[in-house]
Ligand binder design. Structure first.
Ligand code: NAD
Length: 291
């Protein structure tokens, strides 16, 4: 397939490289980064999009996505698909899909989980919103870049799935970390805590797959000095998106709101910036009820 790829950062570059390695003709554009080997360089986003059957975007936020969509949609050939893999707000995803569809294009929002490691290994999970025909066009590309693509419904539903998942993740990581810190103060050994909780009703992915306590459970960023992994900054971004969506939909999300406030404090006022999101455990370790 002829593919335009816009946004060649930490995630976009390895995704574009995997598509090129699978035999697709990929032309990339980024305002700063240069394309990986086997990806041709375009002079602009519109040039990368011209003549492509699928244009993929992997950009920082909804405002940038909307600006790039404004440039590429007029350059795209009729019937082509605009496939956004960035994590952005639901409203921007729906606006961009409406712009694309008004221009006779297919549109999908397909944010990912799996991080930079999953992007490099081609094992991402895609959560996809948009029409069935566009999904069918993009499916072979999902198979190259990832291991699973779930069609979640119409435009915006991929972003909705992503932020709901990450709201649960943020809340359960905080709960897991504060429980470990309480267990420490009660004299409960961390390994014993893990052995009980990982097989009891407090079990979650945060405990069993990504345990925030070093030396306990499978290898995780806690065993590597809390180098991300999944950075606390990105968790804060996703929690803020979930709160913006909750406001827009008039949904009551008190735990999500508290998780967003705690990660904001951790990243913006404490030492959380650039650390893995499970570094909430050393944060709680040093705290008292009043601090
Ligand atoms: P990044 O900052 O490394 O990459 C974004 C790229 O977009 C940069 O290279 C930047 O130069 C480029 N860019 C910005 N404006 C542009 C424009 N107008 N035209 C062309 N290029 C432009 O970010 P990333 O880590 O690759 O993340 C990309 C998206 O994926 C984000 O929405 C992020 O939330 C999401 N995501 C990231 C991870 C992760 O672990 N890094 C995991 C899941 C989802």
């Amino acid at each position: 397939m002829k593919i335009g790829f816009i946004g060649l950062g930490n995630m976009g570059a390895p995704m574009a490289a995997n598509l090129a390695a699978a035999g697709h003709a990929v032309t990339g554009f980024d305002t700063v980064a240069t394309p990986p080997a086997d990806v041709a360089q375009a002079a602009s986003a519109a040039e990368a999009a011209a003549g492509a059957e699928v244009v993929i975007t992997m950009l920082p936020n909804g405002a940038i996505l909307k600006a790039v969509a404004g440039d590429v949609i007029p350059a795209m050939q009729s019937g082509a698909v605009l496939l956004d893999c960035s994590t952005v707000d639901v409203a921007s995803a729906r606006e961009v899909a409406a712009m694309a569809e008004a221009a006779g294009l297919g549109a999908l929002d397909a944010p990912v989980s799996g991080g930079v490691g999953g992007a490099a290994a081609g094992t991402l999970t895609f959560m996809v919103g948009g029409g069935a025909a566009a999904f069918a066009t993009a499916e072979p590309l999902f198979e190259v870049m990832g291991q699973k693509a779930v069609h979640c419904g119409p435009a915006g539903n991929g972003q909705a799935a992503k932020i709901c998942n990450n709201m649960i993740l943020g809340v359960t990581m905080i709960a897991t970390c504060e429980a470990f810190a309480l267990a420490d103060k009660l004299g409960l050994d961390r390994q014993a805590m893990y052995d009980v909780v990982s097989t009891s009703s407090g079990q979650s992915w945060s405990m069993t797959t990504y345990c925030p306590a070093p030396g306990v459970g499978p290898k995780s960023p806690s065993d590597n000095g809390y180098t991300p992994g999944f950075a606390a900054d990105l968790m804060l971004k996703d929690l803020r998106l979930s709160q913006a969506a909750a406001e827009g939909a008039d949904a009551d999300t008190p735990m999500g709101a508290l998780a967003a406030a705690l990660y904001a404090r951790f990243v913006e006022e404490e030492d959380g910036a650039g650390r893995d999101f499970s570094a909430m455990l050393p944060r709680f370790e040093t705290r008292t009820r009043e601090s």
